[in-house]
Design a protein around this ligand. Sequence first.
Ligand code: ZN
Ligand code: ZN
Length: 294
Amino acid sequence: MKPIQNLHTHSTYCDGKDAPEQMILAAIEKGFKSIGFSGHSYTYFDAVSSMSPEGTEQYKKEIRSLAEKYKDKIKVFLGIEYDYFSELDTSDYDYVIGSVHCLKFGENYYGVDSSKETTSKIIAEYFGGDGLAFAKEYYRLLADLPNRVNADIIGHIDLITKFHGRIAFFDEDSKEYLNVVAECLEKLKGKIEFFEVNTGAIGRGYRSTPYPNPAVVKLLKEYGFKAVINSDCHNKDKLDVGYDLAIKLLAENGFDEYYILTENGFSSVKITNKMYGKKFTDLFKIKKKKKKRR
Ligand SMILES: [Zn+2]
Ligand SMILES: [Zn+2]
């Protein structure tokens, strides 16, 4: 399947490897119809990964000017990945991804996806070794996101499972954990319309599957959230990583469509048999048979 769009892109303005123009050229070459930039919003405690206030102004100008330059080849959107702890006016952006990347204890901020060592340390130091309590605190902040920013897309909803390919901090299929997620979704419902299937950790070698966990995808469907597919790209070569897996994840967990941003807002794309191999054709056949029997 050829990816149509990626709205989660990081460039040299924050912690990405490539300049925006290089990303655009790679997207054109890979056949994308559109690309959105979502630089990390400024947070004073993480000046390395986030865009400085001056950088943010330059970023806005450059993305808009590149959008004009390449408008006949690809549609370029200006977005922002808004961190929970940011303070930023988002009215200039075409869309907003809202994400929680850190927990705060006293005056200290700790990245939940910095390294497995950091996460282990947070859990030991602040949660008495209880991984689920750590998860609860993360989802408490995520549920509060609409009070911080008007976001279109929930960023990498279960980011805290990033290292679960190597070390599990809690059981992400347990009823207890899924209840915590469900409680959060209940609060986000009606306030943020979309979630992303995020393939970024595959591109960066941390995971072999996209976020979210299949059980969480089912919950998102249950609560009426709509899907977009993003590669959270920090390297132009990985722009299209894992899109097949993302489609598979959605189709297997109740979704028959996903959404892309257009000039007229978000628009639905049907997930068809053509997009995924024989296995999915079989899956849909089974569905049809069931319907006939009723
Ligand atoms: Zn992020
Ligand atoms: Zn990101």
